[in-house]
Design a protein around this ligand. Structure first.
Ligand SMILES: [Mn+2]
Length: 318
């Protein structure tokens, strides 16, 4: 069925002179030259399902900048619309809208886990828009239940592995290990640089594969992905915190820290990972109130537009 849909799509695109109207699922459609009207679902190239999780649950008050990651999904959607307006492009995803939950940690994690579980159970790929990084625990709970045997590539300025008893955006990986959702040997932390001493201790004791952002720059993205693939079995759950990117490119975060990835390194890294078989992808921690001219939202949007094209049938992990 999916193959047929893809066939329809490619035929339509290659033969049709088409007019693209906004592809947001509620009102989208594409008018082909032969007056043929097909639904967005029939025309999407991939099986990527956008899912917004607009919550700041588990954020801590000591962050450098204002907290408003609840506005991240909306800003990313606005940026996608802005970057694609008046261009003849078809988005390679369906937008399922936002997860609904009370703004409390376990409610948000439960709702996220349920929504992600439903997507992966159908063989589709969730592309989650955060929201605070706390939310990743919900994604991991769903994947551990429905698709065990994956590895986690955590791209972040922060390892988020602080051994704290409560679940927050700085302890989410600690809790993922504690809940046995993933083994330390199946985690890679890439782009880190603002690391607390107890976190270095855990990373070293558990021999978690990690690369600082400047090491990614020195090695080159292709070598980094080669090392990830050598050490960690696929498929991959990729969690991308936009603060892994240098604040010069991505100021719209709550914890900006210098010496990060360039925007092109982030794009290349995610592109190579998506070619390696991805089960789920997250774009987290955009904080629009700290952004400058929507630069960070546009970076997130451009990455989503690019990688969602790669997550089609050829590169599907399952
Ligand atoms: Mn971070």
């Amino acid at each position: 069925m999916h193959g047929t849909e893809l066939g329809i799509n490619r035929l339509g695109v290659s033969k049709g002179v088409y007019i693209v109207v906004p592809t947001w699922s509620k009102f989208s459609g594409i008018l082909l030259s032969g007056q043929q009207f097909l639904t967005n679902k029939a025309l999407v190239m991939g099986f990527v399902k956008l899912l917004g999780v607009p919550f700041t649950v588990g954020c801590r008050a000591e962050t450098a900048s204002a907290i408003d990651q609840q506005n991240g999904p909306r800003a990313i959607r606005d940026a996608i619309r802005s970057l694609t307006a008046n261009y003849s492009t078809i988005n390679s995803f369906d937008d399922l809208g936002d997860v609904k939950a009370k703004a409390m940690v376990e409610d948000v994690l439960g709702a996220t886990s349920k929504a992600v579980g439903e997507i992966v159970s159908k063989g589709d790929i969730p592309l989650i828009l955060g929201g605070a990084h706390t939310i990743t625990l919900g994604t991991l709970r769903a994947l551990a239940e429905k698709k065990p045997g994956f590895s986690l590539v955590y791209i972040d300025a922060h390892p988020d592995i602080m051994p704290r008893p409560h679940i927050d955006y700085g302890s989410v990986i600690f809790h993922a290990i504690k809940e046995e959702l993933i083994e330390p040997k199946n985690i890679a932390i890439i782009g880190m640089r603002q690391v607390e001493d107890p976190e270095y201790k855990i990373i070293e004791e558990q021999e978690i594969f990690h690369l600082h952002a400047h090491e990614v720059c020195a090695l080159g993205v292709h070598e980094v992905v080669r090392q990830i693939r050598d050490r960690l079995p696929g498929p991959y759950m990729v969690s991308f915190d936009i603060d892994s990117v240098d604040p010069a490119f991505a100021p719209g975060v709550t914890s900006p820290y210098p010496c990060g990835l360039s925007s092109s390194e982030a794009m290349a890294l995610l592109e190579e990972l998506c070619k390696s078989g991805v089960l789920a992808l997250e774009v987290m921690e955009l904080s629009p109130i700290n952004d400058y001219n929507d630069a960070t939202a546009r970076l997130a949007a451009s990455i989503i537009l690019r990688v969602s094209r790669l997550l089609g049938p050829r590169n599907r992990a399952n």
